[in-house]
Design a binder for this molecule. Structure first.
Ligand SMILES: *Cc1c(COP(=O)(O)O)cnc(C)c1O
Length: 400
C-alpha cells in the first residue's frame, strides 16, 4: 500500500474510513501512526517565500505554530469524514467550538435564536459576552417547527443556534424545518452535534456550521479536551477560521494526536455503547422507581419519530426521571451508593457516569419541571449485567 494511496474512498463505509482517513502522506519511517509535530516557529527558506506563504496560512501552508501543522491536518481530515464536511477548524475545547462561531457570525445590533435546552455554557456566553457586545438572544422552545421559528425571526437575526437532543432534557429538534425558516430569514444555522456525532449528518439537514466536543466520544478515554467546527462552504470556513485566528484559538498537537487515536476505534465503541445504553435505558423503563426515561432512541420518547427520521442511531447518554416522591437526599444516596458509576460531568469515555441534573437545568422559554428528580446517565464499555446489578442495588436504597 503506497503511502499516498491511503485517502479513503467515498464508497467505503464509516468504520473503514475511520481507519484510513487522515493518513495520506503522514507515514514516517514506515510506522502506521504519524508523529506529533509540536512547534511554534516555522523556518522559511527565504524572505520572499515567507511573504507569499502568509496569505495561504488557512490553506495548509505552514507559516507559524498557530496556523497548524501535519498533526492538525490529519485530525481535520478524520473529523470531516465523521460529519460529511469539507473543512474543519480545531480548537482547544468543545466550549471554544461553541463560542468561536457565535463570535464569528454575530456583531453589535444582531439577534440570535437559541434553544431553551442549550448546553449551559452556551447560555452563559449569550447572557454574558454577547449581551455585553450588544447582541440580543431569544431562547425558543426546542420542539418548535418552521412556522414558529419564522415568527421569531427578526430582520437582524443572524444566527439560529441548535443542539439536538437538548442538554439534560434530550428534546429532538426538527433541524431541516428550523433551517428552512432560518435560511429564509437570512440567518446561519449553527448546531452543536456532539450527541449525534456520526449518527446525525448535519450538512444533509441544512446546518451551515457544525460543532463537536471531541472531548466526548472521539477522544473516548476521558483524557483530552478538544473541539471542532466543521463547514461545507469555503466562505463559512474562512469566517470561522478568521475568528478563531483573531482570538488566538489553538489546539495542542499532542491533544490532536490523542483524538486521532480515539477516532480510529470510535465506530466500534459508539456501536457498542449505543447498544449498552439502550439496554440500560430499557431496564430503567421497567423499574417502578422510575417515572420516565429521556432517551430519543426509545419509542416512549415524545420526538422518537423525528429521531427515527433524522438519526442513524444514538449514543449512550440519556436521562432518567425518578418518581416525584423521592427527595434530593434520596437521589444523592442512590447515586453515591453506586460502585461502577462515577459522579462527573464530561461523557463519551469508556466509563459509566451518573449525575444529578435537577438544579443544573435552566429554562426561560419553557418549563424546567420534569415532574421528578432527574439523573443523567452515561453508559461506558462495562458489561451491562454488571451495570444493571449495580443500579439495582442503588435503587434499593430509595425509600419504599
Ligand atoms: C461537553 C460539551 C461541550 C463542551 O465540551 P468541552 O470540551 O468540555 O468544553 C459542548 N457541547 C456539549 C453538548 C457538550 O456536552
Amino acid at each position: 500500500m503506497p503511502d499516498d494511496a491511503q485517502t479513503p474512498h467515498a464508497e467505503h463505509r464509516f468504520a473503514t474510513r475511520m481507519s484510513h482517513a487522515g493518513r495520506a502522506g503522514t507515514r514516517a519511517h514506515g510506522f502506521v501512526n504519524p508523529p506529533v509535530h509540536r512547534g511554534s516557529t516555522v523556518l522559511h527558506p527565504d524572505c520572499e517565500s515567507r511573504r507569499t506563504s502568509a496569505k495561504d496560512r488557512f490553506n495548509r501552508v505552514m507559516t507559524y505554530g498557530t496556523a497548524g501543522g501535519p498533526t492538525h491536518y490529519a485530525l481535520e481530515d478524520v473529523i470531516c469524514e465523521i460529519e460529511g464536511a469539507t473543512r474543519c477548524v480545531l480548537v482547544g475545547t468543545g466550549l471554544a467550538a461553541v463560542t468561536v462561531p457565535l463570535m464569528a457570525y454575530l456583531k453589535a445590533g444582531d439577534h440570535c435564536l437559541m434553544p431553551d435546552s442549550v448546553y449551559g455554557p452556551a447560555r452563559n456566553i449569550a447572557g454574558g459576552l454577547l449581551a455585553g457586545y450588544g447582541i440580543e438572544t431569544t431562547f425558543y422552545d426546542p420542539t418548535i417547527g418552521e412556522a414558529e421559528v419564522a415568527a421569531l425571526m427578526r430582520p437582524n437575526t443572524k444566527v439560529v443556534y441548535t443542539e439536538s437532543p437538548g442538554s439534560h432534557t434530550f428534546e429532538i429538534q426538527d433541524i431541516p424545518a428550523i433551517a428552512r425558516a432560518a435560511h429564509a430569514g437570512g440567518a446561519k444555522v449553527l448546531m452543536d452535534n456532539t450527541w449525534g456525532i456520526h449518527n446525525f449528518m448535519p450538512f444533509e439537514k441544512g446546518v451551515d456550521v457544525s460543532i463537536q466536543a471531541l472531548t466526548k466520544y472521539v477522544g473516548g478515554h476521558s483524557d483530552v479536551l478538544l473541539g471542532s467546527i466543521t463547514t461545507v462552504t469555503e466562505e463559512d470556513y474562512l469566517t470561522v477560521r478568521t475568528a478563531a485566528s483573531q482570538m488566538g484559538h489553538f489546539a495542542a498537537p499532542d491533544d490532536c494526536w490523542l483524538a486521532l487515536r480515539g477516532a480510529r476505534t470510535m465506530p466500534v465503541r459508539l456501536k457498542h455503547q449505543e447498544k449498552s445504553g439502550l439496554a440500560v435505558a430499557r431496564w430503567f423503563e421497567s423499574r417502578p422507581e422510575v417515572q420516565r426515561v429521556l432517551h430519543p432512541g426509545l419509542p416512549s420518547h415524545p420526538q422518537h419519530a423525528l429521531f427515527a427520521r433524522d438519526f442513524a442511531g444514538s449514543c449512550s447518554l440519556f436521562g432518567v426521571v425518578l418518581q416525584p416522591r423521592y427527595m434530593e437526599a434520596d437521589i444523592f444516596r442512590f447515586i453515591d451508593s453506586l460502585e461502577l458509576f462515577g459522579i462527573g460531568a464530561s461523557w463519551g469515555g469508556f466509563e459509566s457516569l451518573a449525575l444529578p441534573t435537577t438544579g443544573f437545568i435552566t429554562r426561560t422559554a419553557t418549563s424546567p419541571d420534569l415532574g421528578g428528580y432527574a439523573v443523567r446517565i452515561h453508559i461506558g464499555l462495562e458489561d451491562v449485567a454488571d451495570l444493571t446489578a449495580d443500579l439495582e442495588r442503588g435503587l434499593a436504597t430509595l425509600p419504599r
